[in-house]
Write a protein that binds this ligand. Structure first.
Ligand code: G6Q
Length: 556
């Protein structure tokens, strides 16, 4: 049985700390202060509450409802929660994922060759580079056409089969880095156990030109194994029409990314075409491991290593920069201020870059699966709020949809805006319009428009209240020179470490996910009951009724 964690730094409940009380008192004073006044009273505010990070990444958080005092008090809280020692423990490879007794070392996945990071006394960095080299050889072979399918044709479609952490990262990266991807191969992602996903993603594909990458850390996940089995049948049926269906053919069209060689072999995938990773890589922290094989095939080994260098730059920034200038730390503390003191329940992440279409979906897992928890590390129930709900979509689309609520709704919706100065498609005036919009939204949210201003513009009295904007709605703006593989890496590492800092302050384990278990277990119980062969289901009346309805609808 795992031994319970030592909790030197978090043994005092968060809200019992003097630093917490100091923030509560400060919040009472600052709560009613408008951003308009904060900017008026401090001409240096914009510069003071902005930070330059690695590779040109600039973060302006001056439109958050904080002052230098707020930030100092939040830093005091972080220090009281032992943030420094927690960061050091993670980078040292200590088993900080206490409920699973695992080290948490996604930072090792992007550590340069020659670095030393020990887990149980063994340096894990050489093994990381061995797998990267194996991936590089394979990616090159697929990209060049040297790797062919069973009929000798080159691969034109790569289909990643995986779910959760084995899907969201690679799927997000496929969109994010499309400008850097080969046009010779199309990339698709099957995750849902709904057969529609498989049917639609394989529509129009030629089996003889298709490569499946089955990504599953455990190689037992229901959705992934079901889709992989369907894929094998689809492949063999397709190859049968040209007389090439055989178990050997499967090896030319299936590779696996897993920690479970035994299950991979059992499925019929040649383990020489298996790319490994380790139990110290959490699913949602794995897109830079072999789980990113589809990304490497898309952008090439050099592009992938560039992405890893971006991750690593942010890791080093996080590890070495004083907290007051540390992007992930500041972002985390501002989030805690918004959630725990200003009472916001949500975070909108709004990238003004179409390539980041799936970025907020990726962050939803990273943030909500990591910190959506009500039990502290010591097993006690927390008496403070933890992770907000995270959502968003690329600008400017949202402006014509849900921004109404952000500007004039009754709830506080803090926003992270993300923008890049240089466009990847320099067409006409698009980029200036895009950037003008993101700057304008942040400005409008912060400063609003008073009733007096609306009336002065000539609005009749009955209409003026509808056209008035309170403002004082917080946002951070991340501005970078251009979206590149390295900057994508930095951006993801920024959020990974932000999540870690918040988890540390909230006192939860950001690296387990027990909350997804119960539904999985119940589904396993219900599966045979749907066929009608199982004994009378022992469920609540509502669930029994639903099972009965389903069986009737399916004639069972
Ligand atoms: C992520 C979670 C979860 C996991 C999937 C897929 O942190 O652990 O999303 O990635 O359940 O698991 P497998 O990779 O084992 O199929």
């Amino acid at each position: 049985m795992p031994t319970p964690p030592e909790l030197t730094s978090t043994s005092t409940p968060l809200t019992a700390l003097a630093q917490w009380s100091a923030l509560e008192s400060h919040c009472k004073e600052l709560r009613t202060t408008h951003l308009r006044d904060l900017f008026k009273s401090d001409p240096s505010r914009a510069q003071a509450l902005s930070v330059d990070g690695p590779d040109g990444l600039f973060m302006d958080y001056s439109k958050q409802r904080v002052t230098a005092t707020t930030m100092q008090l939040l830093l005091d809280l972080a220090n009281a929660r032992g943030l420094r020692s927690r960061i050091d423990a993670m980078f040292r490879g200590e088993k900080i994922n206490v409920t699973e007794q695992r080290a948490v070392l996604h930072v090792a996945l992007r550590a340069p060759r020659g670095t030393q990071i020990l887990v149980d006394g063994v340096n894990v960095v050489p093994a990381v580079h061995e797998v990267l080299d194996q991936m590089s050889r394979f990616a090159d072979a697929v990209r060049s056409g040297e790797w062919t399918g069973a009929t000798g044709k080159r691969i034109r479609t790569v289909i990643n089969i995986g779910i959760g952490g084995s899907d969201l990262g690679p799927a997000m990266a496929a969109d994010a880095l499309r400008a850097y991807s080969t046009n010779e191969i199309s990339f698709r992602f099957v995750s849902n156990v709904d057969a529609t996903d498989f049917a639609e993603k394989t529509r129009g594909c030629d089996p003889s030109e298709t490569l499946f990458i089955v990504c599953s850390k455990t190689f037992t996940t229901l959705e992934t194994m079901t889709n992989a089995t369907t894929a094998r049948a689809w492949l063999l049926a397709g190859l049968a029409t040209v007389g090439r269906a055989s178990p050997a053919a499967v090896a030319k069209h299936f590779v696996a990314v897993s920690t479970n060689a035994h299950k991979v072999a059992e499925f019929g995938i040649d383990t020489t075409n298996m790319f490994g990773f380790w139990d110290w890589v959490g699913g949602r922290y794995s897109m830079d491991s072999a789980i990113g094989l589809s990304t490497m095939i898309a952008i090439g080994p050099a592009g992938f290593r560039e992405m890893l260098s971006g991750f690593h730059q942010m890791d080093e920034h996080f590890r070495t920069t004083p907290f007051a200038m540390n992007l992930p730390v500041i972002m985390a503390l501002v989030g805690i201020w918004n959630s725990n003191f200003l009472g916001s329940q949500t975070l909108a992440v709004l990238p003004y870059d179409q390539y980041l279409d799936r970025f907020s979906a990726y962050l939803q897992q990273l943030e909500m699966e990591s910190n959506g928890k009500h039990v502290a590390l010591d097993g006690s129930r927390v008496t403070w709020e933890t992770c907000p709900s995270v959502w968003g979509q690329p600008g400017t689309n949202g402006q014509h949809a849900f921004y109404q609520m952000i500007h004039q709704g009754t709830r506080l919706v803090p926003c992270d805006f993300i923008a890049f100065c240089e466009p990847l498609h320099p067409l006409g005036v698009h980029q200036d319009l895009l950037i003008a919009n993101v700057f304008a939204q942040a400005e409008a949210l912060a400063f609003g428009k008073t009733l007096h201003e609306v009336e002065t513009e000539g609005s009749p009295a009955w209409l003026a209240p509808h056209r008035q904007f309170d403002g004082n709605r917080p946002s951070t703006l991340l501005l970078a020179p251009k979206l590149t593989p390295a900057r994508l890496g930095s951006l993801i590492a920024l959020y990974e470490h932000k999540v870690f800092v918040q988890g540390t302050l909230w006192g939860v384990n950001s690296f387990d996910q027990w909350g997804v278990e119960l539904g999985k277990v119940l589904a396993q119980r219900i599966i045979p009951e749907l066929s009608g062969n199982a004994p009378t289901p022992a469920h609540d009346a509502s669930t029994q009724q639903l099972i009965a309805r389903y069986r009737a609808a399916r004639g069972r």
